[in-house]
Design a protein around this ligand. Sequence first.
Ligand SMILES: NC(=O)c1ccc[n+]([C@@H]2O[C@H](COP(=O)([O-])OP(=O)(O)OC[C@H]3O[C@@H](n4cnc5c(N)ncnc54)[C@H](OP(=O)(O)O)[C@@H]3O)[C@@H](O)[C@H]2O)c1
Length: 325
Amino acid sequence: MSDTKTIRWGIVGAGRIAHRFAQGAAHVPHARVEAVWSRRAATAQALAATCGAQACESLDALFASGIDAVYIATMQDSHAHYAIAALEAGLPVLCEKPATVNGAQLERVLDAARRAQRLFMEAMKPPFYPLYRTLRAQLAADPIGPVGLVRAGCSVANVPADHPSYSFEQAGGALLDIGVYEMFLAVDWLGAPREVQTIGRLGATGVDTFASLNCQHEHGIAQLFCGLDLHGHGDALLAGPLGNVTIHANWWNPSRATVRYADGRVVELDEPFEGGGLNYETAHFCELLRAGALESPVMTHDTSRRMLAMADAARAALGLRFPCE
Ligand SMILES: NC(=O)c1ccc[n+]([C@@H]2O[C@H](COP(=O)([O-])OP(=O)(O)OC[C@H]3O[C@@H](n4cnc5c(N)ncnc54)[C@H](OP(=O)(O)O)[C@@H]3O)[C@@H](O)[C@H]2O)c1
């Protein structure tokens, strides 16, 4: 495939994030949204109208519409179902986070990707932002030593009661909605989880509304929290023997970081992002597709596995099991 081949996207689902994806795609060179399907024709048509795409009447029609890749933007209870359907139709998949509801579902998706020999990537946006890439380069050139502590949290108190995060049927809850970002950060800097200690609470709808995790990883310790009922502050700390980094709020849409070295030097990193931020992961996926890759070297299948291992352990500690499991 040529370096400039236009990647034609099909979107499954037409809610909040699907709209943001379509806006972001407009900032990706040689990519466009070609087709949309959602279970309600009206919402698919409304999204399609915003980006000059066709609204398809069925999932099969979407898969047959000449697209090169599928972006899955439904709630997590249906990610595995649609990812497997797309892969079995021979289409590469970029799937919203969390990749699936649990580790067992993820293995079924990865099996389907292997059988179909198609690219699959969880849409975990932070590592593709310019700031995050600059930070990696900064720490490679001027290290703080091996990162041994990751501290991060995300808790928002103003989630409306009808938001899907509160939906038990759709596998909502703080851990799978926003906790997965923190789990990504911990896995990215500290490696595989070895032990996850969790305290938290469930709310009126049955989903977790707050959780605090202390985790032992291969290379250090993570202290994470996520919630739907407290007004937290979304910065993140990475600490090493020679210094530390603060990724300023909201760290999962990163644009600023401060690196403080033990010798007193302070380095400020400032990298604004454009296009809403989803465009960077989309551009990465398009490049992988053109190169014939089956897995991202940045957002690997093992990273998704490790994040879900943490979420599975945390939910087990809270006694939280969803209807789709
Ligand atoms: N990367 C990010 O920054 C980010 C931010 C927010 C959310 N997310 C993720 O994006 C996903 C969607 O979140 P959202 O906030 O966009 O939710 P949303 O606004 O409720 O949109 C979900 C869409 O999927 C459709 N849908 C849900 N279940 C379906 C099913 N079983 N079959 C067919 N269509 C189905 C819904 O259709 P109806 O309208 O008919 O219900 C709606 O169009 C979640 O997994 C979430 O974790 C990612």
